[in-house]
Every structure is written in C-alpha cells, then in structure tokens.
Design a protein around this ligand. Structure first.
Ligand SMILES: [Cu+2]
Length: 305
C-alpha cells in the first residue's frame, strides 16, 4: 500500500491520511448538520427560539471530544516526525551544499557531485549547508523536507528502499533562479555505488587560491561571472581598477572599482548599484565576509584580467 522509496513514507502517509480523513469527516458532517438545522429550525417550522442553558454534559462533550481528536492528530504527527531527527549510528555521511542556485554533494575524500547518488538500503545522513540564503532540501518521494539555513547547521537522514531517480527540489524561495534549483537523487545497488564513488574525481585544487574559494563558498559566482558572461549581476572580468557607472540614490555617477568600492558593494550592495542592475537583488554579506576575507578577494579580483 505504501511506497518503499524511503523509511519515512509509511509514517508520513499514515498521519496525512488520518488527518485528511478526520477533516473530511467534519467538513461533510458539519455541513450536513448545518443544512439540517437550517431546514428543521427555520422560522416556518419553529417560530419560537429554543433557549438552552447550563448543560454540563453537552459542554464536556464538545470540549472533550475535539481535545482527544487534536491530541491524537498531534501524536501521530509526532510519531512520524521523531524518527526523522534520530540518525542511526553508522549512517553514511554526505554533505549537501545548496547555494544560489545549485546543489553540490560532497562525499568522503573531498569528492564532489551535482547529483546525489546513494546505495539502496543504507541509512544516510545528509548534512545541510547554505553559504548564502535559505534553501530547501526536499525529496517528495522520500517524504523528506528540511531547510538549509545559513550559519546554522541542519541535517536530515533517510534509508532509501527503492532503486531509481527521484526529484530533489529547493522548497524555499531563494531568489531569481529559485525555480531552476533542483537536482536528482539516484538510488543504485551498493556495488554500482562503490564503482561510481571510486570514479568520482576529487575536487581540484582551486586556481585563484583563497580569494576564489571565498567567492565560491559564498555562492558569488551564481550571479557574477569571471569570463565576461552577463548573469544576474555584473561580471568580475576586467572590472577591477576600471571606471564604472553606478547609481547612487537614483543619480548616475562614475567610480573606480577599487578596494573601497569592493567593500561597499559587498557590505551595502544597494548603495552604489552598478550599471542598469535593479536594486534589492543582492543581500549584504557584512556578517558573512570578514574584512580579512575582503583583502583576499581584492587580491584575487585584482589579478583577474
Ligand atoms: Cu534555493
């Protein structure tokens, strides 16, 4: 009756079915009763209003019965939810990074993939990270949905029980290309998984050093290219040291792209908007990128010609 895609399907679907069932029962029951009362107690049939007063049994019933029902609904929800926070010991570990607007999966040994490939029947703990804004980690087929919260580590776990490919969606509105932020969870036999993992390349040493790493970690390249491509924000290519047109409080002026401008556009992105880009697209990174990081980023951008 239940799909076997993950170990949580049964708990979630049972709670869902029972709650929808209770809701439907009351929706239909109350509507029918209302219609009955409208007819039965209309002025034509019942010209004089009944006055009901002090009925302890009636009151106890309408407090007691709904109380039991909602507590029961809470209980089945709790029972389905609790195991989701209890990762079994020895679960395999994968780090999932959600950034504007892609997913990245880091396996042991610094191996990185853009698809989440997992062996069947093995519990896996997914550590959830976001370097920029709130993202979601939702696999509807597994009944899994957790937020990826910047500066707060979160996790989820599950045991896949069915081979195949399952959709992974970002379920938190995270900006311009939110709708294209999705990936695939591929469940394969263990042998195949071991082969796949062995063939997965180790993450290359970053060219560009620390500066590029910081930009990458914070998801900056989702909006700013280094090859001149026009993305959501202006390209880094050839910008450093050049004169650029910015809009400050609606007025266009020219500034030199230097350390000062870099700091301002990272800490107060809406103060001097480059070119024709709209306001409000970028958030402030004041709490995320330190002054020391700025120096390193500055050096990296300076070397970018
Ligand atoms: Cu997202």
């Amino acid at each position: 009756m239940f799909s076997n895609a993950s170990n949580f399907v049964q708990g979630v679907d049972t709670a869902f079915a029972i709650i929808v069932g209770i809701s439907l029962f009351f929706l239909i029951g109350l509507t029918a009763l209302m219609i009955y009362f409208v007819i039965r107690y209309s002025r034509k049939r019942h010209p004089k209003t009944e006055y009901v007063k002090d009925n302890p049994w009636l009151e106890a019933t309408w407090i007691g019965v709904p109380l039991i029902i909602v507590l029961y609904m809470f209980y089945i929800g709790w029972e389905g939810f609790l195991p989701m926070r209890q990762v079994p010991e020895g679960a395999m570990k994968v780090k999932a990074i959600g950034k504007m607007w892609v997913y990245e999966f880091e396996y042991e040994g610094n191996k990185v993939s853009d698809t989440l490939v997992l062996p069947i029947d093995k519990p896996v703990r997914i550590d959830l990270y976001s370097p920029d804004v709130l993202h979601g980690f939702s696999v509807p087929a597994f009944r899994i949905k957790e937020d990826m919260v910047p500066v707060k580590d979160n996790y989820t776990w599950f045991k896949p029980g069915e081979l195949g490919e399952f959709d992974l969606f970002c379920t938190v509105y995270c900006g311009l290309s939110h709708s294209s932020m999705h990936s695939i969870v591929k469940i394969v036999p263990e042998l195949e998984f071991n082969k796949w993992l062995a063939a997965l390349p180790v993450r290359k040493k970053e060219v560009g050093g620390q500066g590029k790493k910081i930009l990458d970690k914070n998801g900056c390249f989702a909006c700013h290219s280094v090859d001149g491509t026009k993305l959501v924000g202006p390209t880094f290519k050839g910008s450093y040291g050049s004169k650029i047109k910015v809009k400050t409080n609606g007025a266009v002026r020219e500034v030199i792209f230097d350390e000062k401008y870099l700091e301002k556009s990272i800490y107060e992105p809406d103060a001097d908007i480059s070119g024709e880009y709209p306001q409000g697209l970028m958030k402030s990174y004041k709490k995320v990128i330190s002054k020391e990081d700025l120096v390193v980023i500055n050096d990296y951008l300076k070397g970018l010609k």
